[in-house]
Design a protein around this ligand. Structure first.
Ligand code: GLN
Length: 232
């Protein structure tokens, strides 16, 4: 028996550019793993959604303030976030990684970041990691709003390194962003679809049901395979 939606339309907040999870294609239309997953799950489970691609920290605030019903934005499930969000079952295993400009061969470990400027997106797992290890390694942190802004800042040497989710950096490299990743990644982050704690429980249930179905039918693997090629 299908779960009944309780709203005519669920507003889903997301990041503005976080390829391959959400990004605008050459027609200006949003696509990506998160977009395709939620669109298919909404079809399978018979509910209507409206996406708002407003950026990661804006999406967090939109869900917290009730302006959005849920978010999907390559959002890592963390103990801290579980205090204010309810998450779906994890839908993607991720992790975070440092990237530097291609051709920079001075950085081989976190220690080499001493006195350097490292960029991260506000409110992210990478930002938390950098903050927690700042004194140990002696770098400073520059906060920017989007992954594209990090790539640009690296390009013009406004920052010496950046930290972001490794599948995103990997996709950037595959798309010929001039980046290298000289430091092994931090493993372990898992992405979840999130609602405000205690709100829209049926939406989490429908997401979980739909995700399980996409996994059973192999469509989940097709969606991932469309955006993540082996070796990238
Ligand atoms: N996975 C990271 C986090 O949850 C980054 C998400 C993002 O930038 N969209 O903090």
């Amino acid at each position: 028996k299908k779960i009944q939606p309780k709203k005519d339309t669920y507003v889903i907040a997301s990041d503005s550019t976080f390829a391959p999870f959400e990004f605008q294609n050459s027609d200006g239309k949003y696509e990506g793993i998160d977009v395709d997953l939620v669109n298919r799950i909404a079809e399978l489970q018979d509910f209507t959604i409206e996406f708002k691609f407003i950026g990661f920290s804006s999406a967090v605030q939109a869900v917290e303030s009730g302006q959005a019903d849920a978010m999907i934005a390559g959002m890592t499930i963390t103990d801290e976030r579980e205090k204010s969000f309810d998450f779906s079952t994890p839908y993607f295993n991720s992790g975070i990684q440092i990237a530097v400009k291609k051709g920079n061969d001075n950085i081989h470990s976190y220690k080499d970041l001493k006195d350097k400027k490292v960029g991260a997106k506000i409110g992210t797992e990478s930002a938390d990691f950098l903050e927690a290890n700042k004194d140990k390694y002696g770098y400073s942190i520059k906060y920017l709003d989007t992954t594209d802004a990090l790539y640009s800042a690296l390009e013009i040497n406004e920052i010496d390194a950046m930290m972001d989710d490794y599948p995103v950096i990997g996709y950037g490299v595959a798309q010929k962003q001039p980046l290298i990743t000289p430091i092994p990644r931090e493993e372990g982050g898992k992405y979840g679809f999130a609602v405000k704690k205690g709100k829209n429980p049926e939406l989490i249930q429908m997401f979980n049901e739909g995700l399980a179905e996409l996994k059973r039918t192999g469509e989940y693997d097709e969606i991932i395979g469309k955006y993540v090629k082996d070796g990238s």
